[in-house]
Design a protein around this ligand. Structure first.
Ligand code: FDA
Length: 308
């Protein structure tokens, strides 16, 4: 119920104005967001890289409604990629891109514009020697995002994508994606989805996650296990062993600010641990999805409003 309310609020203009105008929100947001500038992104990336973690950077933004905003987002990624190169961080950090931030929902030619913009980001990433992963948004975008992924991979075979275990289609998508060189980030899924397309209970989502993991670990691609769930992380490690995978043939991923000790522990035991680091001013949708994932975060948020 709380999850549904928070996810509905994540798309409400009124709720957004209310939450953003509360100055006391900021310290809570900072738990999940690296900061608002590219300098913040670089600082946090160097800190994480300093203790052996890898990074994927998200310039926050989604559901862009005008072309100039989409172009500004591309420019922000190009600046970020140049800064990663200058700081010597490109081998440790890639970027994650939401296609809706680069134009996918624009009324005329949205998909074409998103593909063109994603290509510009991929070209720049290729020049500095890093990779790009396409985030996955709600289920109405899955076909479009996977279609754009196919087009991009023809020129940039290292482009990865996210798939969401809560969608009933995802096991089949994993079969199609588990090919040589294909980077697939498997997560549970963070949006409000109808029962016609998505499993609704945690148990069903977890079972689907394990089925997808089995397909990806047995396949020829590069699985990226994006979860903070200790049980699924242990199962992923067992499946990787059973498939005879070397430690460098798959990786674990978590979100910035969530289970940092576990992130360090996984990196220290010799696995690749990549942290998803969002930065920028458009934190509202991302922040609300993090609150929705865990009721304790709401209590933490409300407590800080009461005590600050
Ligand atoms: P689950 O929600 O069951 O959490 C397991 C445990 O992790 C919890 O008990 C708690 O300890 C901790 N935890 C989880 N979430 C927390 C939170 N918000 N605050 C504090 N603790 C928390 N989704 C999507 O739809 N599209 C996408 O593109 C992506 N991309 C993405 C990239 C990466 C690298 C990650 C790790 C996740 C995503 N997600 C995503 C989000 C994902 O779908 C999912 O909502 C969250 O990862 C939470 O699910 P868990 O697998 O962690 O399990």
């Amino acid at each position: 119920m709380l999850r549904t309310t928070l996810l509905a609020a994540s798309r409400s203009h009124g709720a957004r104005k209310l939450v953003e105008s509360t100055p006391l929100t900021r310290p809570v947001v900072e738990r999940f967001v690296a900061g608002s500038t590219v300098d913040d992104a670089i600082r946090v990336t160097s800190e994480l890289a300093g203790d052996g973690r890898y990074v994927t950077l998200d310039h926050l933004g989604e559901d862009t409604a005008d072309t100039s905003q989409a172009t500004a987002t591309v420019d922000a990624y190009l600046r970020l990629l140049r800064r990663l190169e200058t700081a010597g961080l490109a081998p440790k950090a890639e970027v994650s891109v939401k296609l809706s931030a680069v134009g996918q929902f624009l009324p005329a030619d949205g998909e074409k514009i998103a593909l063109h913009n994603a290509r510009r980001i991929c070209s720049a990433a290729g020049v500095v020697g890093t990779t790009v992963t396409l985030d996955m948004e709600d289920h109405t975008t899955t076909d479009s995002t996977l279609g754009i992924l196919r087009e991009l991979r023809a020129d940039f075979p290292w482009v990865g994508a996210v798939v969401q275990a809560y969608l009933k289609r995802t096991e089949q998508d994993c079969h199609e994606l588990a090919s040589q060189g294909s980077r697939v980030r498997l997560c549970k899924g963070a949006y409000q989805e109808p029962a016609s397309v998505a499993y609704q209970s945690k148990a069903e989502v977890d079972l689907s996650y394990v089925r997808c993991l089995k397909v990806l670990m047995a396949g020829a691609g590069y699985p990226m296990v994006a979860s903070h769930d200790p049980r699924l992380i242990a199962i992923a490690a067992e499946l990787a062993n059973a498939a005879g995978r070397a430690a460098n043939s798959y990786e674990f991923q978590m979100l910035y600010g969530i289970r940092p000790e576990e992130q360090r522990r996984i990196a220290e035991r010799g696995n690749t641990m990549r942290v998803y680091v969002p930065y920028g001013d458009e934190w509202y949708g991302y922040f609300m999805r993090r609150l929705a994932e865990r009721p304790a975060n709401v209590a933490f948020f409300l407590r800080s409003l009461a005590t600050t």
